[in-house]
Design a protein around this ligand. Structure first.
Ligand code: DX5
Ligand code: ZN
Length: 219
């Protein structure tokens, strides 16, 4: 199974994104955290910044919308041509409509759940999406510790995806590093977001390769 490593630029230098993108060229994509200061208690950037990011990199952008009213915004991010757009189930009014609006604009559609949200809540919507993002920390900040109970949810999501028989990516975000990525891969994840674990390194590409090989050998 292909294992994908997507560094989160929440831990990058916010006034040097172009330079920092150049240091993660081995990544499978760049995870872009959009936060509105309402859905989560932190604020990052919005549509104009993501538009510029899309213009300056060849790497696929994986946009994680931690915002209220994703129904009104998700399609607009997809229109930029980004690779994928993920919305939070907790903030969505109509997950099926959102998925369709993302996909009709040419991006992959993702649905995310916070640690306190059960997988059962999204099961009925899962087949409309191309990927599910299991948050393994409370969303909002980088550098938090991985919540160990997330492993059970990841295993359950893997079973659910396999039972649907669809190629839905299983992505994990929050506290992923070299100490836990093998266990997360064994539980069934195939796509790994890592912010602080990658950006704290001098040689970020070496860390990306290490994380990928640990994930691949865990399967
Ligand atoms: C947290 C964000 C994550 C964050 C992960 O709310 O969604 O993408 O950047 O950072 P680390 O890998 O440091 O936990
Ligand atoms: Zn994220």
């Amino acid at each position: 199974m292909t294992m994908r490593i997507q560094p989160s630029i929440l831990s990058a230098d916010f006034v040097n994104f172009q330079r920092d993108f150049g240091t993660i060229s081995e990544a499978d994509g760049i995870h872009v955290d959009v936060m509105d200061g309402h859905f989560v208690p932190n604020l990052t950037f919005g549509l104009p910044m993501v538009k510029r990011m899309q213009e300056i990199t060849e790497l696929p952008l994986d946009v994680h919308l931690m915002i209220d009213n994703p129904d009104g915004w998700a399609g607009r991010y997809a229109e930029l041509g980004v690779f994928s757009v993920t919305v939070h189930f907790e903030a969505c009014l109509n997950p099926i409509e959102v998925a369709r609006s993302i996909k009709s604009n040419g991006s992959r559609a993702g649905i995310s759940i916070k640690p306190g949200t059960s997988l059962e809540a999204v099961n009925d919507y899962l087949e409309e999406f191309d990927q599910i993002l299991i948050m393994s920390v409370e969303p909002g900040f980088g550098g938090q510790a991985f919540i160990a109970e997330s492993l059970e949810k990841i295993s359950a999501a893997r079973k659910q995806i396999d039972s649907l028989g669809k190629d839905i990516w299983l992505q994990v975000d929050g506290g992923v590093d070299e100490t836990n990525i093998s266990a997360i891969a064994k539980a069934g994840a195939d796509t790994f977001v890592a912010g602080s674990a990658v950006f704290r390194e001098q040689d970020r590409n070496a860390k990306i390769s290490l994380l990928r090989s640990l994930a691949e050998s865990a399967k």
